[in-house]
Design a protein around this ligand. Structure first.
Ligand SMILES: Cc1cc2nc3c(=O)[nH]c(=O)nc-3n(C[C@H](O)[C@H](O)[C@H](O)COP(=O)(O)OP(=O)(O)OC[C@H]3O[C@@H](n4cnc5c(N)ncnc54)[C@H](O)[C@@H]3O)c2cc1C
Length: 403
């Protein structure tokens, strides 16, 4: 069986290795337009590569429900066991799983070398422009004339999404598939910081972080999403893992207008905060706020409440202050865009694909990883999906090879 895999990201590398295990005599080629293997993977987990999530849950994924069985069969332990088998040691910090090396580059080196040791050919600097199907064979049109006329029994599209295109994936494979009649759900930037409309005074908190319970409300004030995490404030918006997840939720659900509310003290009710404020105010005067917040936050809160200076805080302001800290609200403007996004929401519609991710209309063509319209929240979910998609594909290829 001759197999072409387009894309040397995690889903391409995983698919190649798993397929070689299942079909030892498979002749596998991985093509990538970049000069380096798996460029995006180097950037994962801030260079540490958050490779899996210990609490893997289909609910963290767009279209996760459609792959319920896969998420059941390929749970965290099963996924980890594959790395154990390969010799790539995994360790966990809370729910986040990392390579023991805490180094994304060591993972890319390990996977690349393992592919080469198994006779998998990795062809770099080779951009796919088009493909053709003649009879049961697939042909690639690339800038590398050496492969003109090469026929493949199987074509695996592992070209990724559109986020941070400087790292390789630029949406070109999705575009090619759309020209072949595949439904492409437009890529949008997921897992990205959010720009907000209320930017006045944000310069006071630019660069500061605060733990918060972050909630998304729609126009009719219905709570849609809520998660706790650390928020990083910016001059014109908010960031941090919890905000990345909010952005994915907003984009997945096409929420053009929504409000993001931060509860900066989720362990206390408004009344509890107010009581403590009153008590401290009676002992410390305006200084009471420094017992609760960094100066930047104090200045910002004063600005939001139109109080000119900390010294002018009156006891009558304490209720508004407690309420604001429990519900610091921002109107969603837009995301910071693909350049700051970690995953693309959208991709090849799952209705074009079988549960094994094989094309329904072109048997022998498979779609892997981020290119499929499945994306996960932060925390190793997207690399987990790459591995799950590769497992589904390689299992199906084994069945095909036995026919
Ligand atoms: C900064 C950052 C940090 C991240 N951190 C994490 C993390 O810690 N944990 C996690 O789970 N996920 C993380 N992600 C997401 C994760 O990296 C991606 O979901 C994952 O890389 C997708 O893998 P893939 O193989 O499907 O696609 P990609 O990794 O994007 O690989 C696709 C490959 O296809 C090649 N290609 C594209 N078009 C063509 C063409 N026309 N011809 C030839 N080759 C082509 C590209 O060059 C690329 O190498 C992060 C993403 C970013 C940007």
């Amino acid at each position: 069986m001759k197999i072409a895999i387009v894309g040397s990201g995690p889903s391409g590398l995983y698919t190649a290795l798993l397929t070689k295990e299942n079909i030892p005599d498979a002749d596998i080629y991985i093509f990538d337009k970049e000069a380096k293997v798996g460029r995006k993977m180097y950037a994962t987990g801030n260079g540490k590569c958050n490779i899996l999530n210990k609490n893997l849950n289909k609910k963290s994924f767009k279209n996760g429900e459609n792959f319920s069985k896969a998420f059941e069969v390929y749970d965290f332990e099963k996924l980890k066991s594959i790395f154990d088998r390969w010799g790539l040691e995994i360790c966990c910090i809370d729910d986040y799983a990392y390579p023991m090396s805490f180094s994304a580059s060591s993972v890319v080196k390990f996977l690349t070398q393992k592919c080469q040791n198994n006779g998998i050919k990795i062809i770099l600097n080779t951009t796919m422009f088009e493909y053709a199907k003649k009879g049961n064979k697939y042909y690639l049109n690339t800038n590398n004339t050496k492969f003109d006329g090469f026929d493949f029994d199987i074509l695996v599209m592992a070209g990724g999404g559109k986020s941070q295109s400087k790292l390789g994936s630029d949406g070109s494979i999705a575009h090619i598939l759309s020209l072949h009649g595949y439904q492409l759900n437009e890529f949008k930037p997921g897992l990205a910081p959010i720009k907000v409309k209320e930017i006045e005074g944000l310069s006071h908190v630019n660069g500061l972080r605060h733990k918060a319970e972050v909630s998304i409300y729609d126009k009719s004030n219905t709570l849609l999403f809520s998660e706790k995490g650390e928020v990083l404030f910016k001059n014109d918006g908010i960031s941090g893992i919890v905000i990345f997840n909010c952005e994915s939720f907003i984009v997945r659900n096409n929420l053009s207008a929504c409000e993001i509310r931060l509860d900066l003290f989720p362990d206390f009710s408004v009344d509890e905060i107010l009581d403590r404020f009153k008590d401290s105010f009676s002992k410390n005067g305006f200084l009471f706020l420094n017992g609760w917040l960094e100066q930047g936050f104090i200045d910002y809160i004063l600005k939001r409440l139109r109080i000119k200076s900390q010294q002018q805080i009156a006891i009558t302001n304490l209720k508004d202050m407690s309420e604001l800290l429990k519900s610091l609200s921002f109107t969603y403007k837009e995301s910071y865009g693909f350049d700051q996004s970690q995953v693309s929401v959208g991709g090849i519609d799952i209705d074009c694909l079988s549960p094994s991710l094989e094309s329904i209309k072109e048997p022998g063509l498979f779609v892997a990883g981020e290119l499929v319209d499945v994306d996960g929240f932060c925390g190793g979910n997207n690399l987990s999906w790459c591995l799950i998609s590769s497992l589904l594909i390689s299992k199906k290829l084994k069945e095909i090879s036995h026919r």
